[in-house]
Design a protein around this ligand. Structure first.
Ligand SMILES: NC(=O)c1ccc[n+]([C@@H]2O[C@H](COP(=O)([O-])OP(=O)(O)OC[C@H]3O[C@@H](n4cnc5c(N)ncnc54)[C@H](OP(=O)(O)O)[C@@H]3O)[C@@H](O)[C@H]2O)c1
Length: 253
């Protein structure tokens, strides 16, 4: 993303971080395609800047819809300068039950959905006149194990690996950024019944992404205080798993 007008596709932009990012980037003069499953919500977002925001209904878990999505994107824009793979879902495990169907749902959206969307975007990224940019929204939940996050955290760790690996194979012509948000107040986190340290608004999350993405960092993590706290936990696993996590698990119980 640069200051000149760009064609940008944001998945999962009918609500939350994606919605705020679409509105902000459209205000900056970019042409935005937003996608998701809920046509009504997408149209409501597009109606707030109809000249710059176009809605596309695309369920990222539907691999059969991938080539159709490519054609729909091609009908809207000549190429894509930037793709922000943001669509995601979160479901928590209810120990001791490990519900396989739930794991499959979460992986279908957060991992395979990212891959489907990348495949849909690939033909339009390839024809971009200048070096295009792929950004994928993962999560700090992948840094260390969190209680009940076996499905969500694994899906985001897999998404990070996918993005980093895509960078190795497509990096000759494509920049890839991993976006790791901390806790953001969105419909996804509204049902969380545990403390969310350093919680920020979706507007602040969008402002942070829009400000830092043009530099095309390998990783864009925010808020920084939570990022460094969890990086420290990664370096001190015995403290995290033996002292801090048992207290968190007790509170959740
Ligand atoms: N909020 C946080 O604290 C937080 C922290 C770290 C990472 N994240 C990540 O940030 C991203 C955005 O989440 P959010 O917090 O903004 O939550 P959100 O408001 O629930 O947004 C998620 C979006 O993904 C779309 N989506 C879900 N399943 C989809 C599917 N199968 N196909 C197409 N679109 C789908 C939803 O739209 P439809 O229902 O219309 O399909 C929704 O607009 C997610 O990847 C999430 O994991 C969030």
């Amino acid at each position: 993303m640069t200051n000149s007008m760009q064609y940008i596709w944001i998945t999962g932009a009918g609500s939350g971080i994606g919605e705020q990012l679409a509105l902000l980037l459209a205000d900056l003069g970019h042409t935005i395609i937003i996608s998701g499953r809920d046509a009504g919500r997408l149209q409501a977002v597009a109606a707030r800047n109809p000249d710059r925001i176009h809605a596309l209904v695309f369920d990222v878990t539907d691999s059969f819809a991938t080539s159709l999505a490519t054609q729909q994107l091609q009908a809207l824009v000549p190429w894509l300068d930037c793709v922000i793979l943001n669509a995601g879902t979160c479901e928590y495990v209810d120990p001791p039950v490990l519900d396989m169907a739930m794991f499959e749902r979460v992986m279908a959206t957060n991992f395979f959905g990212m891959l489907n969307s990348f495949n849909a975007a690939l033909p339009l990224l390839r024809v971009a006149p200048s070096r295009p940019h792929l950004a994928g929204v993962a999560s700090m939940a992948s840094y260390v194990g969190f209680p009940r996050a076996e499905a969500y955290g694994s899906s985001k760790a897999a998404a990070i690996y996918l993005l980093n690996s895509l960078r190795t194979d497509f990096g000759s012509w494509l920049d890839v950024t991993v976006i790791n948000p901390g806790f953001v107040a969105t419909p996804m986190t509204s049902a969380n019944d545990f403390p969310m340290p350093f919680l920020i608004s979706s507007e602040e999350a969008a402002r942070t992404i829009a400000a830092r993405l043009p530099r095309r960092p390998l990783t864009l993590a925010f808020p920084r205080r939570l990022h460094w706290t969890l990086r420290l936990a990664q370096l001190l696993p015995a403290v995290w798993y033996r002292r801090i996590v048992p207290g968190m698990a007790r509170k959740q119980a």
